[in-house]
Design a protein around this ligand. Structure first.
Ligand code: SF4
Length: 360
């Protein structure tokens, strides 16, 4: 006891001295350390700049990474079922499960309380369940009950009827329709097609309805081996979407590549150079929003049919616990979501039709 008491006095003195000197020493070290010795992470790719500016950005990024994740924009894939058979599909029909409507609404309310501003309903094909009724009720719920600034849908468009627009169009901000080619033969090769429905003619009809019912119209295209040489400029100009999202075909283990996958998408894959050549050809279109594999990586918050976040960090979709069981704050820790990558790819944009000021 005596020895410990005797040691405690110089220990306290040393502690007080250290708390006085530590800020001075750390400040001196930060000022004098070599430029390369910054803890292992360099400037973000493609953003060279003066050394000082780089350090500031890096500090901001580190602060951002410490911030709790917010589900600002969520992609809810409530069904995996689809009436198409696209060869590169990266969210395939591995289950037929869909949550009861009330449970889905409960989860959406939890997300809103956690900071969600935009929800995008996707699949599978979201209009397949109850001929679009399930989807329509979710859309109305998110706008009317939750007051979300933005509610959007991604669909292949084949099952959308005018009566859906009449009933629910007013609650929808953006409808994105997938179209990979303006050549029906190419669409058939890709697997985007069903019976006698002409995918391109249908796209034009949906464009008209969007104008009539005041829903912002968007086109999504996946660039792959079969459409990479196509020139789509005239068609896109005619359709005049608010955004044309152009994705590079992506491989996901267990979905479209690997032993347990329902697709074999390797034959659709294109190189970075091929993707860039496609983008260069369409560069003049102001609505073009390119998304390479690198940009897509970890920059989407994806919720599956059980309301589990899907973590794609390892190149496959590893599910978190469901937000319905553990809440959003806990589940999102397993999401693999990179908030910085989301902002860098322009994930936040004018997404409410009230703010888009469209010339319908
Ligand atoms: S339309 Fe979409 S969900 Fe359906 S098979 Fe094609 S890529 Fe998959």
């Amino acid at each position: 006891m005596w020895t410990l008491a005797a040691l405690a006095v110089p220990g306290r003195l040393l502690g007080a001295l250290w708390s006085l000197l530590a800020p001075l020493l750390l400040g001196l070290w930060a000022a004098l350390r070599p430029a390369g010795a910054q803890g292992g992470r360099g400037l973000p790719e493609g953003r060279p700049g003066p050394q000082g500016a780089g350090e500031e950005e890096e500090e901001e990024e580190e602060e951002d990474q410490d911030r709790p994740l917010t589900p600002t924009s969520v992609n809810y894939h409530f069904t995996r079922q689809c009436n198409y058979k696209c060869g590169f599909c990266f969210h395939t029909a591995k289950t037929s499960f869909v949550l009861p409507l009330e449970e889905a609404q409960r989860g959406l309310r939890l997300l809103k309380e956690a900071g969600m501003e935009k929800v995008n309903f996707s699949g599978g094909e979201p209009f397949l369940k109850d001929r679009g009724e399930y989807l329509g009720r979710l859309v109305r719920f998110c706008k009317e009950e939750l007051g979300l600034p933005s509610v959007s849908i991604v669909s292949n468009g084949s099952l959308i009827r005018e009566r859906w627009f009449k009933e629910y169009g007013q609650h929808l901000d953006i409808l994105a329709v997938s179209c990979d080619s303006f050549n029906e033969e190419v669409n058939a090769l890709i697997g985007r097609g069903q019976g006698r429905l002409n995918h391109v003619e249908n796209l034009r009809r949906l464009r008209r309805w969007c104008r009539q019912y005041r829903v912002a119209f968007k086109v999504n295209s996946v660039i792959n081996r079969f459409n990479v040489d196509e020139d789509m400029r005239a068609h896109i100009q005619e359709l005049n979407p608010v955004r044309w999202k152009v994705f590079q075909c992506l491989l996901i283990e267990g979905e479209n590549v690997g032993a347990s996958a329902l697709r074999e998408a390797e034959r659709f894959v294109i190189s970075e150079e091929q993707f860039q050549a496609f983008l260069d050809r369409h560069r003049g279109l102001p609505c073009l929003v390119p998304e390479s594999n690198a940009k897509m990586k970890d920059s989407y918050l994806i919720l599956d049919e059980y309301m589990r976040f899907l973590n794609c960090r390892a190149g496959r979709k590893d599910p978190s616990p469901s937000i319905l069981d553990v809440g959003v704050e806990e589940a999102i820790k397993f999401s693999g979501f990179d908030q910085q990558a989301f902002l860098k790819r322009g994930g936040k944009y004018v997404w409410s039709k009230a703010d888009l000021q469209l010339d319908w």
